[in-house]
Design a protein around this ligand. Structure first.
Ligand code: ATP
Ligand code: MG
Ligand code: MG
Length: 350
């Protein structure tokens, strides 16, 4: 059978490996860190840095296709891999989503609404951007931010200097604050032949910058639900995308605003494991392996809750809860803010 190479050995790589295994594939994880959660379930693991060209070459030669669970893969590593095997989703999706500026330019270029934005390299840039965009606003590092890290809220001009210092000299982007009523995301998939399938949008609640819960169905008017699915399809087609993508949206009274896109399976799509016959992980494996996409129709109402840090203390109770599917990532240490697992609660009679 074929082997799927996965860059990144976290929980997403782990759940991708399980799905691949179920379809008869082997998986090979590439991960610099020790004891990756995906290592327990993958068929092979390469522990090496992304600077190690020889290790990358051996990894690529051992697999049939390369995919990834995170978007911050260094360009040189991608060059090495791409010379040997297809990378799916492709380079364009990575280029666009690795930097919040290129991401917003791409999205607004497609005619989609985003928060007003401006690049900020210097404190003078920030003051100019604040003149244009106004407060409240959020200053974010252009690259490497996740779980709300690398962000500073600016409520008034007086916060500008502190916000600028919080970026530690990294290139940043100022975003106007979007007055949304709630947040939703669309998990969308596109196959090698261009076929697109979207999961039902989920409604996301964050706490301290980290996703807490995703609930399906989301509160959306039929028109907004349709918009969400159509705009996700446009993004995938524009990138000639192959695989699963997460599209985060703000719901405003007058329409949807795109927050960000993630060229991979997404935490807000974990509900699909217990709400659909084909979940986001299998859908991604099908896409990157060149198989037809599966039926992602939702058969149940679900609420996904992340288990973060000492939420793990609740596992004994969760094990006894009815209609509750527990998914644990096998991480050794339950550090504060660390995603340790999640539960999917099926809502009966929903
Ligand atoms: P993720 O873990 O989803 O990758 P991230 O670190 O990339 O998160 P964002 O998604 O950009 O960060 O922002 C985190 C959260 O902060 C959003 O889900 C939203 O609640 C809030 N937020 C971000 N940008 C804005 C904005 N322009 N206006 C209002 N709220 C925002
Ligand atoms: Mg993000
Ligand atoms: Mg986000």
């Amino acid at each position: 059978g074929a082997t799927i190479g996965i860059l990144g050995g976290g929980q997403l790589g782990r759940m991708l490996s399980v799905a691949a295994s179920r379809l008869g594939y082997r998986t090979h994880i590439f991960e610099p860190g020790a004891e990756p959660p995906a290592g327990h379930v993958a068929h092979a693991v390469t522990t090496a840095s992304y600077e190690d060209k020889a290790a990358l070459t051996r990894f690529a030669e051992a697999v049939d296709v390369v995919t990834y669970e995170f978007e911050n893969i260094p360009t040189e590593a991608l060059d090495t891999l791409q010379a040997l095997r297809p990378i799916r989703p492709g380079r364009e999706a990575l280029r666009v989503s690795q930097d919040r500026m290129t991401e917003k330019e791409f999205l607004s270029g497609l005619g989609l609404r985003t928060a007003p934005f401006a690049a900020v390299d210097t404190e003078a840039d920030l003051n100019n951007a604040l003149e244009l965009i106004g407060a409240p606003a959020i200053l974010k590092t252009r690259r490497f931010g996740y779980d709300g890290k690398g962000q500073a809220r600016i409520l008034s001009k007086d916060d500008a200097a502190d916000a600028f210092d919080a970026m530690n000299g990294a290139p940043a982007i100022l975003e106007g604050f979007v007055e949304f009523s709630h947040e939703v995301s669309v998990i969308a998939a596109r196959g090698v032949d261009g076929e697109v399938a979207c999961f039902d949008p989920g409604e996301n609640v964050h706490r301290d910058g980290i996703l807490r819960t995703t609930t399906v169905p989301a509160r959306l008017t039929p028109a907004h639900r349709q918009d969400a699915i159509l705009l996700a399809g446009r993004i995938l087609n524009a990138l000639d995308y192959v695989g699963v993508m997460g599209v985060e949206l703000f719901v405003c009274p007058d329409g949807l605003v795109v927050n960000e896109i993630a060229p991979r399976v997404h935490n807000s799509g974990h509900w699909t494991q217990n709400g659909c016959s084909i979940d986001q992980f299998e859908q991604h494996i099908r896409a990157v392996a060149g198989l037809p996409l599966g039926d992602g129709a939702r058969h149940s109402d679900v609420q996904m809750e992340n288990l973060i840090g000492d939420d793990m203390d609740r596992v004994p109770e969760l094990l006894r809860e009815a209609d509750t599917a527990l998914h644990l990532y096998g991480k050794a240490e339950a550090k504060a803010g660390r995603k340790m697992g999640h539960v999917n609660r099926i809502v009966r009679g929903g």
